[in-house]
Design a protein around this ligand. Structure first.
Ligand SMILES: O=P(O)(O)O[C@@H]1C[C@H](O)[C@@H](CO)O1
Length: 212
């Protein structure tokens, strides 16, 4: 996909995740998601690439969940397990690839939290998210991943840390969308290289071939 639909644009989560169901019907087996997010983990720097280990579905807690409503059994079960939403083998492979590519000083792992947006977080909200265990925060991805896991797709996710989230009232810098775009452009080639290499190697996992 080039771009995506967002909840904050006014699309229902059913529409936001519709492409994932189309992928499933087309025979796709693995979903690779990328996004931009704000760093909450104090160790993260702007420009870091975070391999998504897990997520927090904050809109889901408030009833904004793509699987609410009648369950379509043709796609998956009513109560899907989410404890392994992000495929372990693909994450391991991505870590190996980041070493080979010499990317280790800007590749991390962490927990992504989705908020609805469209505003960036208040300081109090950011502090709450950090206490909850979120390493980064963004406005997308979780609905698509949830629907993908529901219908049995294997998921791998990358989140580019485009800004530091303000956690301190004395911090002068303000988050803005231009910065998000600028950092995304700066890291585009690295991200492409990681994703391309992962795609080239991922099928070897299925065939049980040692990828090293
Ligand atoms: O679409 P993603 O989640 O990658 O982009 C983030 C969330 C907003 O769309 C935008 C805010 O700058 O970046």
């Amino acid at each position: 996909m080039q771009g995506r639909f967002h909840l904050y644009e006014g699309y229902s989560l059913c529409k936001v995740t519709f492409p994932v169901r189309i992928f499933k019907l087309l025979g796709v087996e693995t979903l690779i998601v990328t996004n931009a997010s704000g760093g909450l983990c104090p160790d993260f720097k702007v420009g870091d690439i975070m391999l998504i280990k897990d997520h927090i579905n904050l809109p889901g807690f408030a009833g904004q969940h793509p699987l609410c409503g009648p369950n379509d059994e043709r796609f998956g079960i009513r109560f899907p397990c989410m404890s392994d939403a992000y495929n372990k083998d693909l994450r391991k492979l991505a870590l190996e690839i980041s070493q080979e590519l010499n990317y280790t000083n800007f590749v991390r792992e962490g927990v992504y939290c989705m908020v609805s947006g469209p505003n960036f977080e208040t300081i109090a909200e950011a502090r709450m998210l950090q206490i909850l265990g979120c390493d980064s925060v963004g406005m997308s991805t979780v609905p698509e991943v949830t629907v993908a896991k529901h219908c049995g797709l294997r998921v791998f996710g990358l989140s580019l840390i485009t800004n530091k989230v303000s956690l301190d009232y004395s911090r002068e810098e303000k988050v803005n969308h231009e910065e998000v775009l600028e950092i995304s452009k700066m890291r585009a080639e690295h991200l492409q290289m990681m994703v391309n290499t992962l795609i080239a190697r991922a099928h070897l996992l299925d065939e049980g071939i040692n990828v090293n």
